[in-house]
Design a protein around this ligand. Structure first.
Ligand SMILES: [Zn+2]
Length: 175
């Protein structure tokens, strides 16, 4: 069984908008406030604590536990979970179960446990236009307009049908 998590965090460009300094772990009425606490250092702390409690009750001859902790998850990750999974596959070691401590709660901790994990698709799009003078719009082709049409098309694309654990949220239905 594996516990998977990441230590990297997203930027905090406006610390003045936080209820406490994001760069100092602060206890605010029992809630720990700090950069990356929710996503997902709190999850790693919970996993380590759970493992510490479980350890005396586990026969390690029967189980292998993995802590798959990457610092390359947020943004365009290259050397995170995908790299770890490739490494484990080469060693013919693939965990049967994996618990990921990502934040999934709606209103209080633990009220939602997700089964599975959403995927993601990344890519790079180059949109080329043709520059021109405003007096001769027929000779120009505005790349920003093309980008907006692409954005609309992508937002209306149906990627899959969802499942009982993963709803499909279409931007059409939000409009
Ligand atoms: Zn995360």
């Amino acid at each position: 069984m594996a516990f998977a998590g990441h230590t990297d965090v997203v930027p905090a460009p406006y610390p003045e908008q936080w209820s406490a300094d994001p760069f100092t772990l602060t206890d605010v009425d029992g809630l720990l406030i700090g950069r990356g606490v929710a996503d997902m250092k709190g999850g790693i702390a919970a996993m380590l604590t759970a493992f510490e409690h479980a350890l005396p009750h586990i026969n390690l001859d029967d189980f292998t536990f993995y802590f798959l902790i990457t610092s390359d998850e947020e943004g365009e990750a290259e050397f995170g979970t995908a790299e770890i999974m490739e490494y484990l596959k080469q060693r013919d070691e693939v965990p049967h179960y994996c618990i990921i401590g990502e934040p999934s709660s709606q209103s209080k901790v633990g009220d939602v446990i997700k089964v599975g994990r959403r995927g993601s698709v990344s890519g790079e799009v180059v949109i080329q236009g043709v520059q021109g003078h405003v007096a001769y719009p027929q000779d120009a082709n505005n790349a920003a307009h093309k980008a907006m049409m692409l954005g609309r098309w992508l937002s209306e694309l149906s990627w899959d049908e969802g499942s009982k654990d993963f709803l499909v949220v279409s931007y059409k239905s939000l409009a």
